[in-house]
Design a protein around this ligand. Structure first.
Ligand SMILES: C[S@@+](CC[C@H](N)C(=O)[O-])C[C@H]1O[C@@H](n2cnc3c(N)ncnc32)[C@H](O)[C@@H]1O
Length: 295
């Protein structure tokens, strides 16, 4: 990555050449955003160690999958943090992801599982905005902010179109997203936010760690630069970029609505509590609106 997220280019939304007021917003093809959608998932060992204490959502999705009975389609399956427990509880899961390192790690983990669990998991490499499985599921999920890698309206519309195509008529689509944290959006991009040094789970060496936050208010994308510096070899420092679209709750509800998905319930935690001004997460339960026809 040759550019820091803090040095992002301004994003230009252009009118077309005929001068029409219709905006052309292609499915994102921006190297900076692509890097921010992938780099964090290049090191599954680090990912697993970083999120090992995040368990409330795992229990939530296991219970949801058991209630439906499966099969479940999981967008952004990653290395199976959620899919493996779901499969261990007897529910079949089909997953889609565009990260080869995460999927390779998932396959390695599957080797250690019982044959019955292995049989319940099917994985497809691909982009969640594009993959068509020609199959329908009673439950489609997109856990842990995978949808924050949908940066533009066409990204969201393509994705929600695929979701609709994969849902049975009475199927449920559930996803969770972080609520934009205003304190992160106003941080000074030139300032380094330091965290305690730690032993890197992949390299085994002690590293110094700091983050830079740079919020693009036009694209509504929060760029986070994660700086790692090995204590004994500072010259081997590296930076991992992460780009998260910030969907405000009313905006996300509108995107669902105008893409044919009706909200049954939205919670502010994984226990069904209300979404209110103190919530960090929003958990959306939706279904395809009756009579919806794609234009
Ligand atoms: C935060 S991880 C969640 C992984 C797993 N569901 C979990 O909860 O640990 C987000 C996942 O979405 C995947 N992802 C992001 N954008 C994607 C896209 N356009 N198509 C397919 N997968 C995508 C990433 O590769 C990553 O594995």
């Amino acid at each position: 990555m040759d550019r820091r997220p803090g040095q992002s280019r301004p994003h230009v939304i252009s009118a077309n050449s005929a001068g029409s007021r219709r905006l052309r917003l292609p499915i994102h093809a921006d190297r900076e955003l692509d890097a921010g959608a992938r780099a964090h998932y290049d090191d599954p060992t680090y990912y697993t160690a970083t999120y090992k204490r995040r368990i409330d959502d795992v229990q939530f999705y296991v219970t949801l999958a058991q209630k439906h009975g499966g099969p479940v389609l999981e967008y952004g399956i990653g290395n199976g943090r959620i899919a493996l427990p779901v499969a261990r509880h007897g529910v079949s899961v089909t997953g889609i992801d565009h990260s080869r390192p995460m999927l390779d790690d998932l396959r390695a983990r599957l080797e250690l599982e019982k044959p019955s669990v292995r049989r319940r998991l099917t994985v497809h490499f691909g982009d969640m905005r594009r993959v068509r499985l020609n199959r329908r599921f009673p439950l489609v999920v997109c856990p842990f902010n995978a949808a924050l890698h949908l940066y533009t309206r066409p990204d969201v519309e393509s994705f929600l179109g695929r979701v609709r195509e994969h849902l049975t008529p009475r199927g449920e689509f559930v996803l969770d997203l972080s609520v934009p944290a205003l304190q992160d959006l106003v941080r000074d991009p030139t300032r380094a936010y330091k965290a305690p040094r730690f032993r890197h789970p992949t390299t085994g060496e002690m590293v110094r760690y700091q983050e830079h936050f740079d919020y693009d208010r036009v694209r509504q994308v929060l760029f986070v630069a994660m700086d790692f510096q090995p204590q004994s070899a500072p010259e081997r420092a590296w930076m991992t970029p992460l780009a998260h679209r910030q969907f405000f709750p009313q905006e996300w509800e509108a995107l669902l609505h105008y893409n044919g998905l009706e909200v049954d319930k939205v919670s502010g935690d994984f226990y069904g509590g209300p979404l209110d001004r103190t919530s960090d997460v929003m958990v959306w339960h939706t279904h395809v609106r009756r009579g919806w026809r794609s234009r």
